[in-house]
Each structure stands twice: as structure tokens, then as C-alpha cells.
Design a protein around this ligand. Structure first.
Ligand SMILES: O=C(O)CCC(=O)C(=O)O
Ligand SMILES: [Fe+2]
Length: 305
């Protein structure tokens, strides 16, 4: 049974800013590794076309590539995220009477996510700010990783190489989007993502995707906890997601889940229209670099945050 405090509500989200200087670098302790019991979570040494197709066509639940990013790069980039002057909250969209409402889920961010524009006209300040920051943030992260390749740049190249239709930075509105957001969760807020499983889904009026997936590369993990929880249930449709009540009690109706314990440097790909959650932890900070992958049969895979 979950005994965590009630998560903060939408009204408390606007001014949440994480001050990373309050945290000392996390000591890297060996993590408890639990082999996933689900045969539908595939651990592989590298990405391949067959594996990606299995994921996109729903034959498997997740692809886990251990040690995708060198520990030196994981440390360098996660440290760089923590050194930013402040990190705004990465809120998640829920829907109230079909209208998107942003809610704080315990995650801070480096980079500006596209979901901040949801429900606003394409001429809005939110859109202008998003597109102004998009390429700048990609390039800042690239520079922060030098002389090594940024993990998200490598992932973009490998997705492109492995898929005949290729993979590219999304441009749903004719402008290049952001890829590779830094997701930072401090221990104190980490229970929120555990209490509430969630789904992520691009609104249909932006682009009608056949499927939406996430790629996370874990740069820093807490000494214990921080597992990814996945449910092997059919992906929800965008209509079903938009109609979910804000206080939907996922855990009351979902079947048993599967836990994955990513280690520093691992890559994990999964379907974001299936409910997923991230487990809390009592020490340290959990940092990943993430993008969404929009799948349309025979079109290039489109990547954004
Ligand atoms: O932090 C994680 O492991 C999962 C993040 C997530 O919810 C997503 O990428 O959609
Ligand atoms: Fe998610």
C-alpha cells in the first residue's frame, strides 16, 4: 500500500524552482539490479531495426540498453544540469473538461518542453519562447558534453541509421523542435511520480501519430529506488487520454506492473500512451535526458520534447 503524502496540486506548480546548489553530488553506490520478469522487456547491447519495430508495433513493452552512455559523459552532463542557476518545474499535462491543466509531478528540467504550449494558439508567447529556446538548448547540451558526443545526439543518429524511414527532429509546425530535455528529480519530491502513474500524448491537432514512445538516458540515479514501473496494457488512444479525469485513480484498476531498475548510463525506450510511473527514493537525485518519439508507419520517426 502506498503511504506517501498527497501530491501538490496544479495551483501550487507555477513558481516551483529547484535550486541545485542545495544538493551535493551523489555518491555512486551499487544499485540493486532486479532482472525484469517480463519477457516483453528486452535487454539488448544495442538498438536494431527489429527491436525498434517490435516496440513500435506493440510486440514488446520496452527496450533496455545497459551502459549506453559512458559514465564520464553521464557525470559531466548531469553535473552541468545541476550547475544551472535554477531549474524550472517540468509540469505534466492533465485534462479538465478537455482543457489541458499543468500539474507538478516532482520533476525539474533543463530546456523548455512543448507541452507548455498545449491549448495555446500557435501565435502565443509560449510557442515563440519554445521555438526560440529549442535549438539553443540542444546546442548548449552538445557543448556541455564536449569533447564527447552528447548522448541524445548519438541516439538520434542511431535511430536514423537503424530505421529505413529514418529519424529526425520533429517539425510539426514547420519549425525545429527541442530534443533531449534534462529531467531532474530530487529525493524530496520523488514520491509524486510514483503515486500517480501517467501517460504522455501529443494532442491530435498537432500531429496524428500511430504511437508515442519515450527514450530516457539515465545520467544519475539515486543509491536506492527510482525504478521505472510499466504496465503491459493496451496503449490508450489520444481521445481516451484527453477524456481521463484529472484525479484518475490508475492504481485502483491496473493489473500487476513490471519494474525496471535503470543504472547510470542506461537507455530505456517504452510506449508513453501506456501508463508508467517512476518510483520514489529517499536519497540523492535522479537525472535523465529524454525525448519523445512519434511513430507513423512509413514516415520518419519524429523526435521532440
Ligand atoms: O524518468 C523516467 O524514467 C520516465 C520518464 C517519463 O515519464 C517519460 O519519459 O515519459
Ligand atoms: Fe512519461
Amino acid at each position: 500500500m502506498l503511504t506517501y503524502a498527497t501530491p501538490k496540486t496544479a495551483s501550487s506548480t507555477t513558481n516551483v524552482v529547484f535550486h541545485p546548489t542545495a544538493f551535493r553530488p551523489v555518491q555512486h553506490l551499487p544499485l540493486k539490479v532486479v532482472q525484469p520478469e517480463s519477457p516483453k522487456i528486452i535487454t539488448a547491447p544495442a538498438l536494431s531495426e527489429d527491436l525498434l519495430r517490435d516496440l513500435f508495433e506493440d510486440r514488446i513493452l520496452a527496450i533496455h540498453v545497459p551502459n549506453y552512455c559512458h559514465s564520464f559523459v553521464s557525470h559531466k552532463l548531469s553535473q552541468w544540469f545541476l550547475e544551472q542557476r535554477n531549474l524550472p518545474a517540468y509540469t505534466h499535462e492533465l485534462y479538465k473538461d478537455g482543457v489541458p491543466v499543468q500539474e507538478y509531478f516532482g520533476v525539474y528540467r533543463y530546456g523548455s518542453p512543448y507541452n507548455k504550449t498545449y491549448g495555446k494558439p500557435t501565435t502565443s508567447n509560449a510557442h515563440t519562447e519554445y521555438y526560440q529556446a529549442a535549438l539553443k538548448s540542444i546546442r548548449n547540451v552538445r557543448e556541455a558534453c564536449l569533447p564527447y558526443a552528447a548522448p541524445m545526439d548519438r541516439l538520434r543518429a542511431e535511430l536514423d541509421e537503424n530505421l529505413p524511414m529514418g529519424a529526425q527532429v520533429a517539425n510539426y509546425e514547420g519549425r525545429k523542435m527541442f530534443v533531449g530535455i534534462g529531467r531532474i528529480t530530487p529525493a524530496a519530491d520523488s514520491h509524486i511520480l510514483q503515486v500517480q502513474p501517467h501517460v504522455d500524448c501529443l494532442p491530435q491537432d498537432i500531429c496524428q501519430l500511430d504511437g508515442q514512445f519515450a527514450a530516457n538516458i539515465y545520467l544519475r540515479m539515486p543509491p536506492r529506488g527510482g525504478a521505472v514501473e510499466l504496465w503491459d496494457v493496451p496503449a490508450l488512444s489520444p481521445e481516451e487520454i484527453a477524456a481521463l479525469p484529472q484525479d484518475h485513480d490508475w492504481r485502483a484498476e491496473l493489473p500487476e506492473s513490471t519494474l525496471i531498475y535503470p543504472e547510470v548510463g542506461d537507455l530505456l525506450l517504452f510506449n508513453t500512451r501506456k501508463p508508467h510511473a517512476v518510483h520514489g527514493f529517499s536519497q540523492g537525485v535522479r537525472i535523465s535526458v529524454q525525448c519523445f518519439m512519434g511513430y507513423r508507419k512509413d514516415s520518419p520517426l519524429s523526435l521532440w520534447c
